[in-house]
Design a binder for this molecule. Structure first.
Ligand SMILES: Nc1ncnc2c1ncn2[C@@H]1O[C@H](COP(=O)(O)OP(=O)(O)OP(=O)(O)O)[C@@H](O)[C@H]1O
Ligand SMILES: CCCC(=O)O
Length: 357
């Protein structure tokens, strides 16, 4: 009999869930949360009961019982750095997430929700490739300030899943390839995957890498400090400028690339300039990601919502095709990737990893 696996991916404005029989999708559902609903809660952890109720209500409408689950798997959040893989949800992991010890992010709710639903059904709860997957080479961590080393915070789940899927499509093991994977979404991360490890990647959350629809990316530090000091900004305000109010939002007041393309096509020269600049910074990051493997890149893979734009990927290819062939796999397949991660453990193909105490 097939394993029944429930997957949960909490985002800032939605909770996506999926039911799988082994790794075959039975259904997926995007439960949207309006800005007004979310605004009732002070912290992300405060949203827990509200999101749990929404999931349970939906499962009831589908006649799905938690006692039928073989596993419940959530997207992993801001935790201690860890290598990629499937992790058992533990009390110390839950404690770190509930207290936002490593930062606040909607994905922090993934493990907590998975644990609560798994307890209803007496089955194990897992997370897979959380945003803190850290396989950086020692040199990639060093910056010009010892107190500010580079952190590995990126779209690990989608990047790893896409890289493995691509490897399978060309009948090569993931850990035999040098790949550059660029996740182009609300945030942008560009990873160098060499022999199955992401040895270099920008921190997509905290002012590092290309700018994106809503993130600032790397900034001229001196000028930015001047703004912070002059305007006496506190930590929360500065963090918001970097993630949420950066990038296209800061320049053009929208995080929607489609809208920027429409504006540019209608003759808005500022929209056109910012759009082209975003592509240019993405291309530079992709070229930089060829350095760890001395340019010996087998393939470049473009993923995430923005990769649906043919206009953008065409321009990007003009810049980067000199490095390696480019494949576009638009969107994200995170619910499927979560199911696959749990399935590998349920079938014994992989052993669940333990979160460091
Ligand atoms: N067909 C399209 N053409 C151009 N841009 C698109 C298209 N579809 C989606 N996008 C853009 O993709 C971006 C959102 O991507 P995605 O859904 O991957 O992000 P997210 O899940 O919200 O955030 P993140 O990827 O950082 O977790 C938005 O800027 C949206 O306008
Ligand atoms: C960087 C991790 C995921 C995201 O919020 O974009």
């Amino acid at each position: 009999m097939a394993y029944q696996i429930l997957t949960i991916n909490p985002g800032s404005t939605s909770t996506k869930i999926g039911l799988y029989h082994d790794t075959n999708e039975v259904f997926t559902q995007n439960i949207s949360h309006s800005a007004e609903e979310i605004a009732q809660f002070t912290t992300i952890t405060d949203q827990l009961d509200y999101r749990l109720e929404k999931i349970n209500d939906f499962l009831t409408t589908q006649n799905v019982k938690s006692t039928d689950f073989a596993a419940v798997v959530g997207r992993g959040g801001l935790l201690k750095p860890m290598v990629g893989g499937t992790y058992q949800v533990t009390d110390s992991m839950l404690d770190d997430l509930k207290h936002s010890r490593y930062g606040s992010h909607a994905s922090n709710l993934g493990a907590i929700l998975a644990d609560l639903i798994a307890k209803q059904g007496c089955c194990p709860a897992y997370i897979v490739d959380p945003v803190v997957v850290d396989e950086l080479a020692p040199v990639a961590r060093i910056t010009g300030r010892p107190e500010a080393p580079r952190k590995s915070i990126f779209h690990a789940l989608n990047q790893k899943a896409a890289a493995k899927r691509f490897a399978k499509s060309i009948n090569r093991p993931y850990n035999s390839l040098n790949l550059i994977v660029a996740h182009l979404g609300g945030g942008i991360s560009v990873g160098c995957h060499t022999f199955g490890e992401v040895v270099d990647v920008n921190n997509a959350l905290d002012g590092d890498g290309p700018f994106s629809p809503e993130r600032a990316g790397t900034l001229p530090a001196g000028q930015f400090i001047e703004k912070v000091i002059t305007e006496k900004l506190d930590y929360t305000a500065v963090a918001k400028l970097l993630a949420g109010k950066g990038g296209l939002v800061a320049h053009l007041g929208t995080n929607d690339v489609r809208e920027v393309e429409h504006r540019a096509a209608a003759g808005d020269t500022q929209a056109e300039l910012i759009y082209q600049a975003m592509i240019y910074t993405i291309a530079k990051s992709i070229a930089a990601a060829a350095v760890p493997v001395c340019g010996k890149v087998d393939h470049i893979i473009l993923i995430g919502g923005i990769a649906y734009s043919e206009q953008l990927t065409t321009k990007l290819k003009e810049y980067i095709s000199f490095i390696a062939p480019v494949t576009v796999l638009p969107g994200e397949n995170e619910l499927q990737a979560l199911a696959e991660g749990a399935y590998r453990v349920l079938t014994g193909e992989e052993t669940a990893r333990e979160y460091a105490e």
